[in-house]
Design a binder for this molecule. Structure first.
Ligand SMILES: Cc1cc2nc3c(=O)[nH]c(=O)nc-3n(C[C@H](O)[C@H](O)[C@H](O)COP(=O)(O)OP(=O)(O)OC[C@H]3O[C@@H](n4cnc5c(N)ncnc54)[C@H](O)[C@@H]3O)c2cc1C
Length: 449
């Protein structure tokens, strides 16, 4: 019996979509680099249906691509026309919020924002937050080990997961839904799946730690004249601000472009750097810090949000949605030692400008975590030119011993550069873990390694 027939027999026609019933969105994640529709689009309603799908695909040696909210930016969820997509969109729901332990057990197709809101109803904050919150799934966040704007206070996604359940390539369900902070019984299996981009198993459920919901929040937008001043402000904020929950840097050209694009007026004069700094909790120390930093001329100007609407306007500038209007926008997501950030941006911009004087380069990022986002557009360009741009960006990362992917993962788009940030022994170990968990290589083939 053929694979599709077997899947239909066991799962039903409403779960196994083919032909014109496959949604267009299945072609690509948010990198817009995927071109093909999969052979079939499976929407399991239960963990058992995920297991059945994988068991069959494994016995037919058929490639499988997991799709979450499709907001990934590394091409990780892109299928080809021979693969079966397993879409997690129906595996949703909060299974439990334990208000004593401060944990949430959640199905992995749940949209991040839905999980955040559920936590808030119980007086908690989910420590994972990113711009794509309205579409990305908890499963996608785990599979990419998402970063975002709370890393400075809460760490990456992997720091906030206590347990998870994953389905292996052969259909085995490994339920490791630990709810305790302390559990040293052997290898920490969950960490294998977190950040594995759908190549080692399908994550179906997770236990996530919750934080107290802050009662006060203060958000300020600061103008700075030099990168040394940015580093001084960051080190003073780390020492002097309790509950520092965001420190986001925007290089001047991006700050001007994004503010103008959304019509938000801020400082009277142009500034080479702007920082959004946020404190959650007791708020007086932030105001004291800003007063002192103004006096010491570390910052040249500062605006403190007086309302939620004003705070949202600051964050809208940082989110830079206007960038999506650029044709063939390439979004790089690198991490580097903090002290070289400005040197790196200057050197890469100069190298790109030399050959492409009209190129648009926006730089911003979660700088306190070492993370810079570089968004580059040179108009509508071919793959050769895109490769040339990537070579320049990643050569700089290699030079400063940084990471070619701070947050978004490797997917297909950065695979060729993996050796810039991982050594041979590390890559060989990754390959042997992959072979052990997925001996037939059916899970997201061609991604990461
Ligand atoms: C506007 C915008 C802002 C963003 N901001 C940030 C940011 O600040 N920080 C950040 O880290 N990222 C950011 N991203 C990237 C993206 O949102 C994250 O990578 C997110 O975690 C992806 O989740 P998803 O559900 O959309 O995953 P998808 O795009 O569907 O998939 C991503 C990868 O995970 C795999 N996968 C998905 N679900 C599962 C599962 N249940 N089990 C196993 N594998 C799975 C897929 O196969 C693929 O390899 C942003 C993206 C956009 C569009």
């Amino acid at each position: 019996m053929k694979l599709l027939e077997s899947l239909r027999n066991l799962l039903g026609d409403d779960v196994v979509l083919t032909g014109e019933h496959i949604p267009e969105k299945a072609r690509s994640d948010a990198s817009r680099t995927g071109r093909q529709l999969p052979m079939a689009y499976i929407r399991p309603r239960t963990v058992e249906e995920v297991s059945t799908t994988l068991r069959l695909c494994n016995s037919f040696r058929n490639p499988v691509v997991v799709q979450g909210g499709l907001t990934g930016l590394a091409g990780g969820a892109n299928p080809d026309d021979q693969s079966i997509v397993i879409a997690m969109e129906l595996l949703t729901g909060i299974q439990e919020i334990d208000t004593v332990a401060g944990t949430m057990t959640v199905m992995c197709g749940t949209v991040l924002e839905v999980a955040q809101q559920a936590a808030e109803v119980h007086g908690f904050r989910l420590p994972i937050d990113l711009g794509a919150r309205g579409s990305c799934h908890i499963g996608g966040n785990l599979a990419t080990n998402a970063g975002g704007i709370r890393v400075i206070s809460s760490g990456m996604t992997r720091n906030n997961v206590l347990g998870l359940e994953a389905v292996l390539a052969d259909g085995t369900v490994v339920s490791s839904l630990n709810r305790m902070e302390k559990n040293n019984c052997g290898y920490d299996l969950k960490q294998l799946f977190i950040g594995s981009e759908g190549t080692l198993g399908i994550i179906t459920r997770a236990v996530i730690k919750l934080e107290p919901l802050p009662t006060h929040q203060v958000t300020a937008l600061c103008a700075l004249d030099g990168f040394d001043a940015v580093l001084t402000l960051l080190s003073q904020a780390r020492k002097g601000v309790t509950g520092l929950s965001a420190f986001e840097l925007m290089w001047g050209p991006f700050f001007r472009f994004s503010s103008r694009a959304i019509g938000v007026r801020t400082f009277e004069t142009d500034c080479p750097f702007a920082v959004i700094i946020e404190q959650s909790g007791e708020t007086t120390c932030m105001e004291e810090l800003l007063g002192r930093m103004l006096e010491e001329e570390v910052i040249s100007d500062a605006l403190i949000a007086k309302s939620e609407a004003e705070r949202d306007r600051f964050w809208l500038i940082r989110e830079g949605l206007a960038l999506t209007e650029f044709p063939d926008l390439i979004e790089f997501d690198v991490s580097l030692p903090m002290t070289v950030h400005d040197r790196y941006v200057t050197e890469v911009s100069a190298a790109l400008n030399e050959n492409l004087p009209d190129i648009h380069i926006s730089a911003f990022g979660h700088v306190a975590d070492g993370n810079i986002h570089l968004c580059v557009s040179a108009g509508t360009i071919d793959n050769h030119l895109k490769g040339w741009i990537a070579d320049i960006v990643y050569d700089g990362v290699r030079k400063y011993q940084g990471s070619i992917s701070a947050e978004h993962g490797i997917g297909t788009l950065k695979r060729a550069y993996l050796s810039y940030s991982r050594n041979v022994a590390e890559i060989n170990l990754m390959r042997s873990i992959k072979r052990t968990l997925d001996p037939n290589g059916i899970l997201n083939p061609g991604k990461i390694i």
